[in-house]
Design a protein around this ligand. Structure first.
Ligand code: PLP
Length: 405
């Protein structure tokens, strides 16, 4: 079965232009046409749909779905909320963040295309870019932290794609999305920003010049560590180019989409709490004797603070802590945590601590990790929605014990 030739029209309630993000999280996916006047959309757990006798008339009259690898009403509802929050024309959802990232690279790159990517990316993105480079001859240039923070960024002529992430995973660095987008557009490159850490509540890269935004919706958008999802967001023309026939075969499952839309309804309030707790924890750990360095968006340098203040509405709930005792202090620190769980991933209601050198960035060499500020004693904290004072106490007590013996 091939994709519909006419784009399906969406049937969502149109909100007034002035509706803000919190209103859109709650009402953005609302459909006026639900059976029995249901306020919440059901899970359309179907792979296929009765084919309308006259497809083009049905498409003109409203939303038409043919096969759930291409589109599904539950998935469309969650995509609609993310579309509105990012201030975009279109959004597509995938089975995971990596599914979304893969779809973008696969759709936009041809053999030999030059790509510029931030060196300080989620490790899985770097792994995939390097796979593309070695298998398809993509000319990959990974920006060093110094290059990434040039006041006047330079993108080489002929560059096809610029891949950015800010704040960066796991060190919480900040790069100037507007300036990099400008530099990329001067040479005709497409700009993609991974907005997973900030979410559209804290930062809207499309307003800063990005062409496409990607998300691991597994993280803050999903918010409860119980689903995997990815999103690609941008102009209709830009999103239409991403895996248009769904041949990558990684659509979001309707049940995951239902959970995602449910979670998005609380995104604004969750982010307010994550932002407050992230800042409070960063401040509470910075002077602890067992801590060498704390990474938090804007803390990298005065220039990063200026950029963060201009491009972010909140700084988020991720904090990077480098232990003074290095890798040797890690086991003791992690073993003494009583509330914060030791697990990878982020953005959920529960606080997590992970060690990037062993998880998200394990495929980088030790030298590559050092160049990116990922020292062996670095712990990445995702601060959840528990009592902020409980988290501070838990972390400080574990730090006290990490230093002993
Ligand atoms: C910034 C960022 N982008 C993308 C991904 C990949 O997303 P997923 O795990 O949903 O495939 C992750 C996962 O940790 C991430 O942190």
């Amino acid at each position: 079965m091939s994709a519909p030739t006419a784009p399906p029209r969406r049937r969502f309630r149109t909100l007034p232009d002035w509706a803000g993000p919190a209103t859109r999280t709650v009402h953005g996916g609302r459909r006026p046409d639900l059976n029995a006047g249901a306020v919440v959309a059901p899970i359309y757990q179907t792979s296929t749909y009765r084919y309308p006798a006259a497809y083009s008339e049905a498409a003109a009259a409203g939303e038409v779905h043919l096969y759930s690898r291409h589109s599904n009403p539950t998935v469309a509802g969650a995509a609609e909320v993310i579309r509105q929050l990012e201030g975009a024309e279109a959004a597509r959802l995938f089975a995971s963040g990596m599914g979304a990232i893969h779809a973008v690279l696969w759709s936009l790159l041809n053999r030999g295309d030059p790509v510029v990517a931030l060196g300080e990316l989620y490790g899985g993105t770097t792994d995939l870019l390097r796979d593309f480079a070695s298998r398809f001859g993509i000319g990959l240039h990974e920006l060093t932290p110094t290059e990434a923070r040039e006041a006047e960024p330079v993108v080489a002529p002929g560059t096809r794609l610029l891949w950015l992430e800010s704040p960066t995973n796991p060190t919480l660095g900040v790069v100037d999305l507007a300036r990099w987008s400008e530099a990329a557009h001067r040479v005709g490159a497409v700009v993609v920003v991974d907005n997973t850490f900030a979410t559209p509540i804290n930062q809207r890269p499309l307003n800063l010049g990005a062409d496409l935004v990607v998300h691991s919706a597994t993280k803050y958008l999903g918010g409860h560590s119980d689903l995997l999802a990815g999103a690609v967001v941008g102009s209709a023309a830009a999103v239409d180019r991403i895996d248009p026939q769904s041949t990558l075969g990684a659509p979001l499952d309707p049940f995951a989409a239902f959970l995602l839309e449910r979670s998005l309804k609380t995104l604004d309030v969750r982010m307010a709490r994550h932002n407050a707790t992230g800042a409070a924890v960063a401040r509470a750990l910075v002077d602890h004797p067992a801590v060498a360095r704390v990474g938090y968006p804007g803390w990298g340098s005065p220039a990063e603070e200026t950029i963060a203040a201009a491009q972010m509405r909140g700084r988020g709930g991720m904090v990077a802590v480098s232990l003074r005792g290095g890798a040797a202090a890690l086991p003791r620190f992690l073993a003494h945590l009583q509330i914060v769980e030791v697990a990878t991933s982020l953005g959920g209601v529960e606080s997590l601590a992970s060690v990037p050198a062993e998880t998200s960035h394990r495929r980088l060499s030790p030298a590559e990790r050092t160049a990116r500020g990922i020292d062996p004693g670095l712990v990445r904290l995702s601060l959840g929605l528990e009592e902020p004072d409980d988290l501070i106490r838990d972390l400080r007590e574990a730090l006290d014990r990490s230093a002993v013996g």
